[in-house]
Design a binder for this molecule. Structure first.
Ligand code: BTN
Length: 326
């Protein structure tokens, strides 16, 4: 009941009369009044005006299953939300749920990770109460070699949702770090499980520094947060729902051709490496060149000093600016 009332107030943005709420949900006025009281206790600002009804004026930064669902406007992504107060790693949880048969689009969200995983075997610092940690589970029908592109689809979706919610335009450091003023605000870890040569599941884990203002010594110079760059006030549940909305649209465009041809131009508007000199840290040998952009497979195109263009595949390499992280 609470969730339904909250969703209606959120979607309407205007006054909704008590009568309308009673009729819509088939409950008594007392039940509505109680549910509104409960929401107020949880920190929601709900104005009650005689002869007009109820209006939602502010939302607290609540991270809960109800809150996430009440913000969600999607049809496919994040329709099944699993919320855990605390966990090891949402990527691990999503992989386990996939084995147990969880549906495509299942979203695992937590407030705190004890063993958050980063790329290249690193960890992901995941303190409680301030940041976003979630994993989206997909069950694609396509060939495994396409899966690495999903990481770029998610990076684009996160960048667009952050821009929409905060008004601040972030950048994407290829393939999938979201940066603000040259510092990382979000990391993405995509993992695929195969059954023989078919994809059993792809899990896309996203960690966003939202309210964190202090970082451990070893990442201090490279990490930032939405609070540091755009001020406080980003409601986490609403941002997660915004990312799902964007991802659903972008994923549909990806599925049309099973590549990034319809997303490439938009992705490149966020790409901070574009037209910059970069060093490619390839285990087979480092090299330098100018990043031109990406192709429809999501590979980074590097113009080498001799004028030839080399394609770089996201899997094994990482990219550095010649003068720092970006
Ligand atoms: C990176 O190293 O840049 C990727 C970091 C990915 C972190 C997220 S937080 C939610 C999900 N669960 C994890 O254990 N990792 C990802």
């Amino acid at each position: 009941m609470r969730t339904k009332i909250l969703k209606l107030l959120r979607d309407t943005k205007e006054y909704v009369s008590g009568q309308e709420l009673c009729e819509k949900f088939g409950v008594s006025r007392t039940a509505v009044w109680k549910a509104v009281g409960q929401l107020k206790k949880e920190g929601y600002g709900i104005e009650a005006v005689q002869n007009k009804g109820y209006r939602l004026v502010s939302v607290p930064d609540v991270l809960s299953r109800e809150e996430i669902i009440s913000c969600m406007k999607t049809k496919r992504m994040g329709r099944n939300v699993v919320y855990l107060e605390r966990t090891g790693s949402t990527n691990q949880d999503a992989k386990r749920l996939a084995e147990e048969g969880a549906q495509d689009g299942t979203l695992v969200v937590t407030d705190c990770q004890e063993t958050g995983k980063g790329r290249r075997g690193r960890g992901w610092v995941s303190p409680p109460g301030i940041n976003i940690y979630f994993t989206l589970l997909l069950r694609p029908q396509f060939q495994p070699d396409k899966a690495s592109m999903l990481t770029l689809v998610m990076a684009l979706s996160v960048a667009q949702a952050i821009e929409r919610r905060t008004g601040y335009i972030p950048g994407i450091k290829w393939p999938n770090d979201i940066v603000m003023d040259g510092k990382k605000v979000c990391g993405i870890l995509t993992e695929m499980t195969l059954e023989e040569e078919y994809i059993q599941s792809v899990v896309i884990g996203v960690g966003i520094n939202v309210g964190q203002t202090d970082f451990p010594e070893e990442i201090k110079d490279k990490a930032t947060s939405l609070a540091l760059k755009c001020g406080t006030g980003t409601a986490r549940s609403s941002l997660i729902a915004g990312i799902m909305e964007r991802f659903e649209k972008n994923y549909a465009l990806f599925e049309k051709n099973l590549d990034l041809s319809d997303l490439k131009d938009t992705y490149e508007t966020y790409l901070v490496n574009k037209n910059r000199e970069v060093r490619i840290l390839d285990p087979a040998g480092e090299f330098e060149g100018r990043a031109e952009g990406i192709n429809e497979k999501g590979e980074l195109l590097i113009e080498l000093p001799d004028g030839s263009v080399r394609r770089v595949y996201a899997g094994e390499v990482s990219v550095r600016g010649l003068y720092g992280y970006v």
